[in-house]
Every structure is written in structure tokens, then in C-alpha cells.
Design a protein around this ligand. Sequence first.
Ligand code: E4P
Length: 215
Amino acid sequence: MQIFIDTADIEEIRDAAAMGVIDGVTTNPSLVAKTGRPFKEVLVDICEVVDGPISAEVLATDYDGILKEARALAAMHENIVVKVPLIAEGLKAVRTLAGEGIRVNVTLCFSPTQGLLAAKAGATYVSPFVGRVDDISGNGMEIVQQLVTIYQNYGLETQVLAASIRHPLHVVQASLIGAHVATIPHKVIHQLLKHPLTDIGLERFLADAKKIPNG
Ligand code: E4P
């Protein structure tokens, strides 16, 4: 499973990239707003740090507007994947963009039927939002499972990108299901690597090392 980091914070991206654990980045307008920086400036910085797919979202909701923004974003860097919302105008734009060789991550997917249509339209990635479904007492991971099965059943090449990941168990579940990608917040990436027995073990080794005689 590929790991993308779900943030627009360049320091968080640098930290995860330095560990060699991320294959790409996803951003959204809320994450970019949190940085307090202009969108394009943020994207340029990310493209310098990560050599992998970098999702950048359009704001337009009509076909022509989506196409205009998507083409401009895609022209910024070869690694940019355009993020388009899962609405009818969005799917029309996905079809056109796919025909032009522009990769699209279809975002805000909350059902297997939405994901099936996005794949038919030619999406490179579809992002089911797991945590937001869990938030309203649903089972977000079930949609990931359903999409993986549906795409396998029909040989659809669209990749399932498990999004809105909130904790390490989501990551374990997504990888057992066979999601192609999980996009994970910086905090959760660090939660994935922490284990109290590692810390206790390291502390003990370092303490014992001081008892080793010189020579
Ligand atoms: C996906 O690409 C989105 O950026 C993200 O995963 C949304 O997560 P949230 O529900 O925690 O905002």
C-alpha cells in the first residue's frame, strides 16, 4: 500500500519525507487554509520536497471552470494530480481530463456507487472518506472494501485511496483490505511508528551500554 501524507504543512511533509515513508501528498482547501499561505506557493514547495503524486483540489463546481483550473494546476508540475469533487459536473470533467492524460483524484466519495461511477469516468484515484462516515455512525472502511472488490471484479484500473484516516487502526484495516493508497495525517504517521516496548527497550540498552567497560 502506498502512503500519502494528508497535509499542506511543508514542515510536516519534510519530516515524513526525510523518514522515507511517503509516496505522495494530498491537500484540500481546508488544509491549505490552515497554512495561511497562498495555494500556488504551497504547491511549489511541496513539489520540491516530494517526487510523487501531489493532489491539488479545484474550487470550481461547473464543467468549464473545473477544466480551466485543472489544466492550470496540471501544467504547474508533472506530479500534480487534480482533485475534483464527486458531482455530475466533476465526472464530466474527469472524462475530459482523463482523455488529455491529466490524472484526477475524485474526492468526497461516500458510497460504492459514487466510486463505481468515478472509475467509469476515468479517475486515477477515488478517495472514500473513512473517518467522516465513522463520525456519523457509519462504517467508512466498508466503502473501501466494497470499492476494492468492485474494481477487482471488473479490472478497473482506478486506485482506491483511503482518505479521512483518523488513527492507526484505519491504516491496518485499509492495508489488510488491499487499498492501493492511504492518505494519512502527519500525527497518525508518527503514531504508526511508536511502540512503548521500543522506547523501553532502547532506554534499557542505552543504560546497559554505560556498564560496558572501556577497552
Ligand atoms: C482527502 O484527501 C482529504 O484531504 C482528507 O483525507 C480529509 O480528511 P478529514 O475528514 O480528516 O478532513
